[in-house]
Structure formats: C-alpha cells, structure tokens
Design a binder for this molecule. Structure first.
Ligand SMILES: [Zn+2]
Length: 313
C-alpha cells in the first residue's frame, strides 16, 4: 500500500543538478511512518514492473525519445527538464545513471498503479511528474510518469477510464497537454492562478476542469475542490491518480509556490476530501508526491498517510 525504496530517490546532486528538492524527503516521510508503524518495510526493487520505450512512446513523441535515449541528446533534455542554465559542472556520476534512475521511478509509478488497482489504495513516495509535455521535459519533470502509467494499464486491459486529480500548487500543464483530446483520461487541476508556467512562450493548455486560486483566496480552496468533485458526472473511472504536491503549504520553501498558502490543517483537509471522495465512489486511488520543498514537506505527506494507515487499522 506504501511504495518506497531509498534507491528510488533521484540524487540530483550527484549529477551536478542543484535544486531545492530534498532528495531525502521520501526517506524522511518513511521514517515518520515507521515511528508509528514499525512493521512497514521498503518495497523490493526486484518486484518493480519495468517500463519499456514502447510504454513511453504512448505519451512522448518519437524525436524526443530518440534524443532522450542518446548520450548527447539526454544531456540537452536534462538541462531543459531541470531548468539548468549551465553545464553540469559538479557532476560526479555518469548521466546514464540518471536516465536509469528516472526509468526506475516511472516503473515505480506503474507498479504503484497496479497495487492501487489490487488493493484500492497506494501511496508511492515519489512520482507525479506533471509538467513533462509531449516533446520535452519541464519544471523538474523529465517524463510524464502519470500518463505513461495510465496508458500502460489501459493497453494491458486493466483499466479503461482514468481521472487525474492534481492538487499540487502548480498547474498540471504537462498532463493536460499530453491528454488533450483523449476522452479516456479526465484531468482536474486546482492550483495558483498565476506563476506557472514561467516561460511565457509555452502554450497554455487547459485541464478538463481547472480551478485557479487567486492570491488571498485560500479560504475558498476546500469548497471549490469539493464542489468540483461533486459536479463530476459519470464517475465510471477505473482509477484515480492524485498528484498530491505538498507545495501549496504555507511553509513550503520553493519561491514559485508562494502564490498558494494553505495551513497544515487545510492540507490534511484537502487530502482527506480527495481520499473520501474516491473511497465513496469506490474508485481505486494512486497517490504520487509531486512537488514539496524544504524541511516541512515530509510532515505534510506523513500526516495524511498516517491518518489513512490508522483508518485502515
Ligand atoms: Zn508544484
């Protein structure tokens, strides 16, 4: 029900990529869970279901894939996806290891989706790369693991229709773009009204349901999210993927998420609202970490997961 392994961290610093994303945030969440549930153990990496290039090609275009799987092209795509201005001057490890690490993480997202379909609920302590678009990575998101996992599950016949509920502070623009005109995947995003995407040249793409929250409108957040979920007709989804960023929290340390400042209590209420809606609709739910920056982020994820673990006894 919880998918975690220390080797699923990206360890970006080893590749010379300096980001405010704490590489150890999954470890910290897991440690907080273990304090109350000592029997929890890391997932066995041998049991991950591998993602093939064909799986990725259901989401990303061929010229991007050719680049991504070549040595020179991968460096280019990496600099773009992680917003690095310069070369990776402090790089200690070969970039192929980063490629393998990203593929392992996408495999973990897919494996978590299978676990959610089996048991009704899974939280993967990773994943949620919602800014990756069809032909390039963006906003720290090299590949769109969310839609790769959904389309792989569709191709296997395990699911037909999916709903993505994106509650990260930033708009789920990549997911919206890669699922445009795909009626088998419905997207809902609640996010800061302004501040993303950074790049004004990037074409804006709307989700099926977009709920932009203006600065100072935090008090309306839970009602708007609840109303939007209630208004969804034909809830015949075979799964929900929740892109559960912790960056709407008021103490998140990423500058670009300052447009949304929810309290720790509001964050838990947000998560429980989504959890209960899925549970009441009897739809299996997969939760992914997405964005969450700085020293408080682990406690935001942990407060929700602990609540669910206690509920499930
Ligand atoms: Zn974010």
């Amino acid at each position: 029900m919880i998918l975690y392994h220390p080797r699923l961290a990206t360890e970006l610093a080893r590749f010379g990529i300096d980001l405010p994303l704490r590489d150890d945030r999954s470890d910290q969440v897991f440690a907080l869970l273990k304090e109350q549930f000592p029997s929890l153990s890391p997932f066995s990496l041998e049991s991950l279901i591998s993602i093939s290039r064909e799986d990725i090609a259901r989401v990303h275009d061929e010229s991007f894939l050719e680049n991504w799987f070549s040595e020179k092209g991968f460096l280019e795509e990496t600099l773009k996806a992680y917003d690095c201005q310069k070369n990776l001057s402090t790089q200690e490890a070969p970039l192929e290891e980063l490629r393998e690490s990203i593929l392992r993480q996408v495999s973990a997202t897919y494996t978590s989706l299978e676990m959610a379909l089996d048991s009704g609920f899974c939280f993967y302590l990773g994943g949620g790369m919602h800014h990756a678009r069809r032909s390039f990575g963006s906003g720290f998101c090299p590949l769109n693991d969310i839609v790769i996992a959904i389309r792989k599950a569709q191709a296997s016949g395990a699911i037909r229709k999916a709903l993505v509920i994106d509650i990260d502070a930033h708009h789920g623009d990549g997911t919206a773009e890669v699922t445009l005109r795909d009626h088998s995947i419905t997207t809902l995003s609640i996010h800061m009204a302004k501040g993303w995407p950074f790049d004004s040249e990037l074409p804006l793409v709307s989700s099926d349901i977009d709920l932009p929250i203006e600065i100072g409108q935090e008090a309306t957040y839970l009602k708007r999210l609840g109303d939007a979920l209630s208004s969804i007709e034909n809830c015949d989804f075979d799964c929900v993927v929740v892109v559960a960023g912790a960056d709407p929290h008021e103490r998140d340390e990423l500058k670009s998420s300052e447009g949304l400042l929810l309290t720790k209590e509001q964050m838990l209420a947000r998560d429980m609202l989504v959890y209960k809606w899925c549970r009441d609709q009897k739809i299996p739910q997969l939760w992914l970490m997405a964005g969450g920056y700085g020293k408080e982020a682990p406690s935001i994820y942990a407060q929700f997961i602990l609540k669910i673990l206690h509920l499930m006894g």
